[in-house]
Write a protein that binds this ligand. Structure first.
Ligand SMILES: Cc1cc2nc3c(=O)[nH]c(=O)nc-3n(C[C@H](O)[C@H](O)[C@H](O)COP(=O)(O)OP(=O)(O)OC[C@H]3O[C@@H](n4cnc5c(N)ncnc54)[C@H](O)[C@@H]3O)c2cc1C
Length: 445
């Protein structure tokens, strides 16, 4: 009899798991339950449709429902799983009763943290996630004059930029002194704040959300520690919390972040149960500090590993070094592992090498600035982290630097690194090399 693998979740983690399971054991029965109407769309593209950089939501669909039927993956849409019983190896599905499994993958994702202020039930509060809802909200945006984005999380940063591009009077409210303060350093975010000013965005940092104020059941203003801001719409971009209720009730162990604890096979504390994506926590490879709510690419890779292992295969998923990046205002920001703010908060000693470079030959049209900042251990100069802001080439550098950190490269190694020089795509002096050289010179006096 074929093995039945049940996946709860149709996001990047769940669909990665379904694909991984089917590839590892083509004879297995793979059933995916999702509470949404769709799978295989990119939520990551939603802010860019709102900002009109992408002309239609249709473009965000990556595969059709028929593609999954053809691949032998049985997706059950609008199907809510209400409980998991790990001893009897069954799940309970609303309106469909009990379903038995041989192995189970939980990929239930994240929920935005409850802002926890009065007025949370008003109309006009937008939590960006489901594409069907995004399509409806996009029509609303045509009527919105002013909007408040609550919290400068990575999504908040994207939504501020999108709403400003859309011509909406946009305010950003955040309790921290600068945007994305949990992961990015202030010097990296300063150019972004400047470019938001140019776009007409009003930022309110060091400012606490007090309430959503309404008229006739609809938001009309956002009350903050610095006063009220009139708004037709509030986009709530609070911290991503693990959607862990199903697994917690079933007795699965969670860690300090609330994410499911998994081993290198993405196996949870319950036999035969795997987990992937934003409902899990994964250690940072340098510090061992557990991280939750990483990115869609992490969720997908974790899902693949979980699905392969749930189907009897063997794939390990290791600690992470977290390359990250996004467009923000007119700039691109990014990095790997952590920056100065996190290092200081964790009490990790570091030295810095930084450089302001360029992305192409200085005479080539379209050349853009690229700032690179590298953090290294004071004694060994082993790379600890990187932060960047610039006009292009940030993503590739972030990916490379995450690998460099993973494999223990030092500032000496990077200072001696070879690089591509070709006028249209790269400058003679690679900014990473210059930053590393500056770091070495600083340490050596
Ligand atoms: C607007 C937006 C922009 C983003 N931008 C980026 C980006 O630029 N780059 C990037 O890498 N990532 C991006 N992400 C990805 C994101 O940040 C997450 O990392 C990713 O969505 C996590 O995937 P997941 O599969 O773990 O969870 P989710 O995407 O949260 O999916 C969870 C799934 O579980 C299902 N589910 C939950 N509970 C139940 C239940 N009880 N019964 C049935 N089904 C259930 C849901 O229906 C859903 O299908 C973005 C996400 C959003 C929403």
């Amino acid at each position: 009899m074929s093995r039945r693998i049940v996946v709860v979740g149709g996001g990047a983690g769940g669909m990665g798991a379904a694909g991984g399971a089917k590839a590892a054991d083509p004879d297995s029965e793979v059933i995916v339950y999702t509470s949404y109407d769709d799978v295989a769309y990119s939520p990551c593209g939603i802010p860019y449709v709102h900002g009109k950089e992408i002309d239609s939501f249709e473009r965000l669909f990556l595969a059709s429902k028929q593609d999954y039927v053809d691949a032998g993956v049985d997706v059950r849409y609008q199907a809510n799983v209400t409980s998991v019983d790990v001893s009897r190896k069954v799940i309970q599905v609303a309106d469909a009763g009990e379903v038995a499994w041989d192995t189970l993958v939980l990929a239930t994702g994240f929920n935005y943290a409850d802002p926890g202020v009065p007025g949370g039930d008003l109309g006009g509060l937008y939590y960006v996630k489901d594409i069907r809802e995004a399509i409806e909200w996009d029509k609303v945006l045509d009527t919105v004059k002013s909007a408040v984005v609550v919290e400068a999380s990575p999504l908040g940063v994207e939504m501020v930029t999108a709403l400003a591009h859309r011509g909406i009077e946009t305010h950003l409210v955040d309790p921290s002194p600068w945007p994305m303060s949990e992961m990015a350093d202030p010097d990296i975010m300063a150019p972004v704040e400047d470019s938001w000013s140019e776009l007409g965005v009003t930022t309110h940092f060091n400012t606490t959300l007090k309430a959503f104020l309404g008229d006739g059941g609809h938001v009309r203003a956002v009350s903050t520690s610095a006063g009220d801001i009139t708004a037709d719409l509030a986009v709530v971009c609070t911290h991503k919390e693990p959607n862990n209720a199903l697994g917690v009730t079933a007795g699965l162990k969670t860690g300090s972040t609330g994410g499911f604890i998994v081993d290198e096979q993405m196996a949870t504390s319950a036999a035969g149960v795997f987990a992937a994506g934003d409902c899990t926590e994964i250690p940072n490879g340098l510090t061992g500090v557990p991280l939750q709510g990483l990115t869609g690419s992490h969720a997908y890779a974790q899902g693949k590993a979980a699905g392969i292992n749930a189907a009897g295969g063997a794939r390990t998923y290791n600690a992470v070094y977290v390359p990250w990046g996004t467009a923000a205002g007119k700039w691109i920001i990014g990095g790997a592992s952590f920056g100065e703010t996190t290092a200081s908060a964790l009490g990790i000693p570091y030295v810095v090498g930084s450089a302001q470079g360029i992305s192409r030959a200085r005479y080539y049209p379209g050349v853009k600035p690229v700032k690179v900042k590298l953090l290294a251990e004071p004694e060994t100069l082993r790379l600890l982290g990187a932060q960047m802001v610039g006009g292009e080439g940030i993503k590739e550098r972030a990916d490379f630097l995450a690998v460099a950190i993973r494999f223990g490269l030092t500032l000496h190694d990077l200072a001696g690194m070879e690089n591509v020089y070709s006028p249209a795509i790269g400058a003679l002096n690679e900014p990473i090399v210059v930053a590393a050289r500056n770091g070495v010179d600083t340490v050596q006096g």
